[in-house]
Design a protein around this ligand. Sequence first.
Ligand SMILES: [Zn+2]
Length: 73
Amino acid sequence: MSQNLNNRRLKARCPECLAALWLKETAEQWDPVTCPECHTALEIVSLHPLTLDYLDDWGEDVDEEGLGEEEWG
Ligand SMILES: [Zn+2]
């Protein structure tokens, strides 16, 4: 019961510093990843092929002010 033949890991590449990152095989799409080389916050945007992209944790900066709404009195 000590077979461990399936512990392959997934190789990805940091878009910032192009370092090779090794992820667990159980990694899933949208999992957050931090590059150990440049500490850039990344996320898995695709598993096939394995692709990392910058994690935009600031969200959408949508400002809905100034739409010119009129109040009906
Ligand atoms: Zn990096």
